[in-house]
Design a protein around this ligand. Structure first.
Ligand code: UDP
Length: 473
């Protein structure tokens, strides 16, 4: 229950319902998430998408009212156990609502693994979504088995990922050390694995042409998973992106600001929905962006609790970026990311390598500056930098969950990466060309007869057969 998982799930509901006249989708969520997230989908009496709500036990779990997804408790690490407890209290209402709704198939996020016990009991086929792509899924599996922290000598700093067709090197510090992560994390990962093996299959927000070797690897005897690539799911919002449908996001001031900029001249900087930085790090970002001399839109992340009162902004920064030809635009809060990425003035994307952002960057044909922090983001960085060769790394070296413990990235390294991606050199041109081509492939994949379109048809037909629905048509 976090925006980066809920948004693609909403898009997936839209995708299924729009793809085939025999399919209806019901989105199951909790009340506060309707106002913040479900508003992105039109739900009315004619729509084939319905909404079902179960109450969220905020008070019973000791959470402030309205804290119904992880992003709402971002700078409060101390509330995470309460949040996990609240989610685990949803089992009974979940079972009850499934009995009422009687869905033919249910798609859930892999991070709510207890759902499989209920769907198995009610004999409802369940498909899961990990919220990430084939490459990171393969690497997670390979590295969990390889276990570099245990098997490599302590002095070994880096290793080559074994058994894959590309040369991918990772630092040991960029990989989750399961022993250090602790038992709750280990238990969660084991439960997710169990859910995957008991589910009917896995639906993946990706497209074949992006990572063909890893689609094969995931499905082949090596991993042997039943999986369907149906993405990029964000492309079901094409009507919003190209202006055919109205949305409140279209009035965002940053879009008017972008209208005045030269094509490809602006860097978009955003670290997703879950990142929190120290004041010191934000200051270095500001210095690096300013020194690069390229125009930018920066979605400023939340600052760690201990730095909340700190004045991290370099002196006179906002004034300077406003006066000198309006160099920068700062967004505090939620940015209309899809609209920004697809604006013609934007020429590069500094990203934390969340899977959705990575894929959205590819769809928009933008080269990336990669700044992974935790989760599978370091694997996504390797896909972007080493496999697809459409980005440069800013140089983060450690997987660190606790925001305040992350090593500092200096302004000078940020400036170097920005100049490399936004500059006019041969390397930058080649990256731009490759990512533009991938963006075209992404769009073709979701069009009629494209790889993802065909895959979704195959999946829906299979599910209709499985649930006996085809006999009623
Ligand atoms: N997003 C957005 N505006 C923001 C921040 C994020 O629209 O200000 C969207 C972004 O387009 C993406 C999702 O939120 O679809 C973030 O997912 P991602 O996997 O990139 O990162 P996470 O937030 O899960 O770390």
């Amino acid at each position: 229950m976090a925006p980066g998982h809920m948004l693609p799930m909403l898009n997936m509901a839209k995708l299924f319902a729009c793809h085939d006249h025999r399919v209806r989708a019901t989105i199951l969520t909790t009340p506060a998430n309707v106002t913040t997230l479900v508003k992105t989908i039109t739900i009315n009496s004619n729509s084939k998408i319905e909404l079902a709500l179960i109450p969220f036990p905020s008070t019973a779990a000791g959470l402030p009212l309205g804290c119904e997804n992880l992003a709402t408790i971002l700078s409060h690490d101390d509330l995470i156990p309460n949040f996990i407890q609240a989610v685990s209290m949803l089992t009974q209402p979940f079972e009850q609502i499934l009995k009422e709704l009687q869905p033919n198939v249910i798609i859930t996020d892999a991070f709510i693994p207890w759902t499989i016990d209920i769907t198995s009991k009610l004999r409802i086929p369940q498909i899961i979504s990990h919220g990430t792509g084939f490459f990171p899924l393969c690497l997670s599996d390979i590295i969990a088995n390889y276990n570099p922290h245990e098997t490599l000598p302590a002095e070994t700093m880096s290793f080559l990922v074994p058994g894959i067709p590309h040369r991918v090197e990772l630092l040991k510090t960029q990989v989750l050390d399961i022993m250090k992560a602790g038992k709750p994390m280990l238990d969660l990962l084991l439960k997710i694995k169990d859910t995957e093996s008991r589910s009917y299959g896995v639906v993946v927000n990706s497209f074949y042409e992006l990572e063909p070797d890893y689609v094969q690897h995931y499905r082949s005897t090596v991993m042997g998973r039943r999986a369907w690539h149906v993405g990029p799911v964000s492309l079901c919002n094409e009507d919003v992106i190209n202006g055919a449908s109205a949305t409140a996001d279209k009035d965002h001031e940053c879009l008017r600001w972008l209208d005045k900029k030269q094509p490809g001249s602006v860097l978009y900087v955003c670290f997703g929905s879950m990142c929190v930085f120290t004041g010191e790090q934000l200051r270095e970002i500001a210095l690096g962006l300013e020194a690069s001399n390229h125009a930018f839109i920066w979605v400023v992340p939340k600052v760690v609790k201990r730095d909340e009162d700190m004045d991290w902004m370099p002196e006179g920064f906002e004034g300077r970026i406003n006066i000198e030809g309006k160099k920068g635009f700062i967004i505090r809060g939620w940015a209309p990311q899809l609209l920004i990425l697809n604006h013609k003035a934007v020429g590069g994307f500094m990203t934390h390598c969340g899977w959705n952002s990575t894929l959205e960057g590819v769809c928009a044909g933008l080269p990336m500056i990669t700044w992974p922090l935790f989760a599978e983001q370091f694997y996504n960085e390797r896909l972007v930098v080493d496999v697809l060769k459409i980005g440069v790394a800013v140089g983060t070296k450690e997987y660190v969950m606790k925001h305040e413990d992350r090593p500092l990235i200096h302004g000078i390294d940020i400036e170097r990466a920005v100049n490399c991606v936004m500059g006019g050199g041969e390397e930058a041109e080649a990256m731009r060309k490759r990512v533009r081509e991938l963006g075209e492939m992404a769009k073709s994949a979701v069009m009629e007869d494209g790889s993802s379109y065909t895959e979704l048809t195959r999946l829906i037909n299979e599910l209709l057969l499985l649930t006996g629905k085809h006999t009623q048509q």
